[in-house]
Ligand binder design. Structure first.
Ligand SMILES: [Zn+2]
Length: 263
């Protein structure tokens, strides 16, 4: 994600929280009972709930003026948490809730992912059912994960939505490692992981593996024909941004499933 988008989203969030919270009382909230993180690392007794997608929000999301920043802000404002701000929830938990809201609003629906084949460069598409979305379980039994790395006692945890919005694409994986460190300023953590060597590299990779969770990728075989032979590469279709799964497209089509009388 581009840095500018991240900064704008945080600005929108800070400006809009009060505005959107005005509607809270009017809509009944749904309590979240399951999360991909299994609530690991959240304060004891944390209650998380969300408002269902309303027609007002749907219309706003489908309007031409809707920016990605604002769409993320609307999602985060529909999530309520007794102990944390919603942008302090883990990124994948927010994604999960976004998917639940979409399922609740539309029933099982379909989405499409597009990725380049890493063998031949062909654009591959995969249409999936929302009910087929599965999440990987985190290996770490609890959070934060405490470990001595680079001579420092470090505490690692999942990336929160706020962390995700602050990721700078240019910093790549190093930026992600640094954001997992919770007991150090980001800039210091980034400098530290940048210069990690030997065993510390292994330790950081181990942490990354222990904390790995999120949506399981879909796979699709590349059917591009090269020299009369199909490419056949099994392309990993991983979700890379909330915009690919969480926000509704205008997809309410004409199938009439309702009892209607005319005239
Ligand atoms: Zn291919």
């Amino acid at each position: 994600m581009e840095e500018s988008l991240a900064k704008n989203t945080l600005n929108v969030l800070e400006g809009d929280i009060s505005l959107l919270n005005q509607n809270v009382e009017k809509v009944s909230q749904i309590r979240v009972k399951e999360l991909p993180s299994e609530f690991k690392g959240y304060p004891e007794g944390t209650v998380i709930s969300y408002e269902p997608l309303t027609l007002e929000e749907l219309e706003a999301l489908n309007s031409d003026e809707m920016s990605p920043e604002r769409a993320v802000a609307m999602l985060l404002n529909a999530i309520h948490c007794t102990t944390l701000e919603s942008y302090d929830l883990y990124y994948w938990d927010v994604m999960y809730i976004g998917i639940q809201r979409k399922l609740l609003a539309f029933g099982n629906t379909r989405g499409t992912l597009y990725r380049r084949c890493n063998k031949c460069g062909n654009l591959v598409s995969k249409t999936f059912e929302y009910t087929d979305i599965e999440f990987k379980q985190m290996a770490a039994p609890n959070l934060p994960m405490k470990m001595e790395v680079c001579g420092q006692k470090l505490e690692f945890s999942e990336l929160t939505m706020k962390d995700f919005l602050q990721i700078d694409a240019e910093q790549g994986a190093l930026g992600v490692y640094a954001r997992m460190i919770k007991n150090m300023e980001f800039d210091d953590a980034y400098e530290m992981v940048k210069h990690a060597t030997g065993t510390d590299i292994k330790k950081l990779r181990f942490v990354d593996k222990q904390l790995d969770y999120g949506m399981k990728p879909f796979y699709e075989t590349c059917t591009n024909v090269i020299d009369n032979k199909p490419c056949g590469n099994n392309v990993v279709m991983e979700v890379q941004s909330p915009f690919e799964v969480v926000f509704p497209e205008d997809e309410i089509d004409g199938d009439n499933e309702f009892e209607v009388q005319y005239g």
